[in-house]
Design a protein around this ligand. Structure first.
Ligand code: 5RP
Length: 219
């Protein structure tokens, strides 16, 4: 099975969590795009839909969905999104697509967060995938120096501006042995808008597409 097949299987497995009348949040990325392709088939189950990025909004609108804002709907019943890395404790690294800030807001607003991945994303310890961090452009050099002091290696994602008008640092070589502590520590650095580490708000359910089908882990 290819990675795309596994992503599609995980996306398909998430459909069973979408119940009639739900207010649904939709993440960003190639795994979620498989889900977006399937949503017209269950349109009657979805009351309102909220998007985590301009890219996802465009895809939803192409399929005939009217996208609501989070301000309009209040909390979400369910948020479905992919991840760049996940652990068995359902801690995540996200933001490979640069949508981490809105993704974190939607995950925080959701009663249930279902994360869909292929099995290459399941890791023992987070941090092999460079940690995406959204920073205010004027603070980019300052925040980078802070990472260097931590013996990490921040790399500016060139020619990329987030939907919020900010920059991304992809932080290599950060040892994430204690995700809660690292998330707290990074959140205290001025100029960082969002850290792509989802430890304080991990997934509730992880659906992992693999050669055999889909494995489910719960938090
Ligand atoms: C975007 C994300 C994505 O969920 C993450 O990058 C996974 O992407 P893909 O489903 O394409 O592998 O966090 O900001």
């Amino acid at each position: 099975m290819t990675s795309a097949d596994k992503k599609r299987s995980a996306a398909e497995a998430s459909l069973e969590f979408i119940e009639p009348g739900m207010i649904l949040g939709i993440g960003t990325g190639s795994t979620v795009n498989f889900l977006i392709d399937m949503l017209p088939g269950i349109r009657n189950r979805i009351d309102r839909v909220v998007s985590s990025s301009k890219a996802t909004t465009a895809l939803l609108e192409e399929r005939g969905f009217a996208v609501s804002t989070l301000n309009e709907v209040g909390d979400l019943d369910l948020y479905v999104d992919g991840a760049d890395e996940a652990t068995k404790r359902l801690n995540l690294v996200k933001g490979g697509g640069g949508a981490l800030t809105r993704e974190k807001v939607l995950a925080g607003a959701a009663r249930r967060f279902v994360c869909i991945i292929d099995d290459s994303k399941l890791v023992g310890m987070l941090g092999k995938f460079p940690l995406p961090v959204e920073v205010l452009p004027m603070a980019q050099a300052f925040v980078s120096r802070r990472f260097v002091k931590m013996r990490a290696n921040p790399v500016w994602r060139e020619n990329f501006v987030t939907d919020n008008g900010n920059h991304i640092l992809d932080v290599h070589d950060l040892a994430i042995s204690n995700p809660l502590e690292i998330e707290d520590r990074l959140n205290r650095i001025p100029g960082i808008l969002t850290v792509g580490l989802f430890a304080h708000r991990p997934a509730d359910i992880l659906l992992i597409g693999n050669d055999e089908g889909v494995r489910e882990l719960r938090g």
